[in-house]
Design a protein around this ligand. Structure first.
Ligand code: CO
Length: 461
């Protein structure tokens, strides 16, 4: 067996999981040259919630961050997390936006695009895979890991064959909720390794207290790459710590061989940065506490705390347990969707309504109706006719790829946003988050945004 490779996640999932994605570009830049020396296989630095947060809360242009990160990281591959047809947003976008967005990300320096779909519906990944490949970048397809009677080893093995046939360069087991048990991981990895030669990566979270154990059994099973975060941005709802894994594997044939001096310097730097977030309350001790209930209810830690907040605001904390028991029933009704954005929010809302409105499906959010109409893709298990009728009556369910129903919209959006957009990338920001991007552009025009944000790239596609 060869040495283990490490993808460092602190600049994407690490701060997304622990401090609501609040690291600023100014906080990221000073440590990049040291990170570039550590010997990582890759650094995940963009995508996920980073894009939205830059525009919405940090008054930063996310494209500008990517350019600056790339300028400082000369040797290490940069990775982004994409939601495929949902790009970095929460709904399906038309193909022209999906294509232009990923082209621009790769042009600005992304080497590896990790792409997933909340329903593991490969039709929602195809446009992204095609674009990433045609731009010459590495396309990693991720399975959204969940458990259910239909999410068997065979289900995942078939999915991986589909990924391979669609052109995937590598595969990731994305355990966004941290519910992958150590020995399930072992057997799953062994089974996947039997059917594909593609490199296999594991992404998990420490939420339930088993992240490190799962990583270790994965290493035993022959995983090629593992996601970790530098210690000050690790553990709790984040990934296992980079240094600890390296130390645990020291002297073995799987030793990742990272530069431990560099890792220490990076950790010291982030310890300082994190002080600010501890002091201003952004770093909540709850996210660092082990939450085994995430394993019992099979729901992500973030969803647990969101549900509790919702129940408090409804003055119904006494019904919290009922909601927790209702979540798996709603999941079953809906064909066992994995609880990842946006499904986790949708299933959670429906469970709350079912409990507090005095009857199941008395109140049904539009998103749930659209989901049952097939607008998000195909669930792993079919939805029963009874549930279908309850939620959408006699309406037809679409069977085509959902994005086939969307018209290309780049030209229309460019016209709509007008002079406020200074580049193609601005139009793409606007396409993903119209209100948020517009208000960012207005602030930028009036000089309310501190640094210069006119796109340095004049890329035209
Ligand atoms: Co994650």
């Amino acid at each position: 067996m060869t040495k283990l490779k490490i993808t460092e996640t602190s600049l994407r999932d690490g701060h997304q999981s622990l401090i609501a994605t609040r690291l600023t570009t100014d906080e990221i830049l000073p440590v990049l040259s040291e990170m570039d020396k550590a010997g990582y296989h890759a650094m995940e630095v963009w995508g996920g919630a980073t894009f939205d947060t830059c525009l919405r809360y940090l008054n930063e242009d996310p494209w500008d961050r990517l350019r600056k990160v790339r300028a400082h990281v000369k040797n290490t591959k940069l990775q982004m997390l994409s939601r495929g047809q949902n790009i970095l947003g929460y709904r399906n976008y038309p193909d022209d936006i999906v294509e232009r967005f990923h082209k621009n990300a790769i042009f600005e320096g992304i080497d590896i695009v990790r792409v997933f779909d909340a329903l593991n519906d490969i039709r929602n990944l195809k446009k992204t895979i095609e674009t990433v490949k045609s731009e010459g970048a590495h396309c990693q397809c991720a399975i959204s890991y969940t458990t259910s009677p239909v999410h068997t080893k065979e289900y995942y093995v078939k999915l991986i064959k589909d990924f391979e046939n669609a052109g995937a360069d590598s595969i990731c087991i994305k355990d966004m909720s941290g519910i992958l048990l150590p020995f399930d991981a072992y057997h799953l990895i062994k089974a996947i390794k039997k059917v594909t030669k593609l490199p296999l990566e594991l992404h998990t979270h420490c939420t339930g207290g088993i992240g490190e154990m799962t990583v270790l059994t994965a290493v035993e099973a022959g995983i090629d790459i593992v996601d970790t975060a530098i210690s000050p941005l690790s553990s709790g709802t984040s990934q296992p710590a980079t240094e600890s894994l390296c130390l645990a594997l020291r002297g073995t044939e799987r030793d990742p061989g990272l530069n431990l001096d560099s890792l220490n310097n990076i950790a010291d730097y982030f310890k300082d940065v994190m002080k600010k977030y501890e002091e201003n309350g952004t770093l909540n001790i709850k996210v660092l506490m082990t939450e085994p209930k995430a394993l019992i209810y099979q729901i992500p830690g973030g969803m647990l705390s969101n549900l509790l907040v919702q129940m408090k605001s409804l003055n119904a904390v006494d019904k919290f347990q009922e909601v927790l028991d209702e979540v798996p029933r709603v999941r079953k009704d809906l064909g066992y969707p994995p609880l990842v954005t946006p499904m986790s929010q949708m299933v959670g809302a429906q469970a709350v309504f079912n409990v507090i409105s005095g009857g199941r499906y008395n109140i049904i959010p539009t998103e749930i109706r659209n989901y049952v109409r097939g607008m998000y893709g195909r669930p792993a298990a079919p939805i029963s006719d009874d549930i279908k009728e309850l939620i959408i009556g006699n309406e037809e369910v679409i069977t085509v790829r959902p994005a086939d129903l969307l018209e290309d919209s780049y030209d229309r959006l460019r016209e709509e946003i007008g002079y406020l957009a200074k580049s193609e990338q601005d139009v793409l920001s606007y396409a993903l988050f119209p209100q948020v991007a517009k208000s960012f552009f207005e602030k930028r025009d009036s000089g309310d945004v501190p640094c210069c944000h006119t796109a340095s790239s004049n890329r035209t596609l």
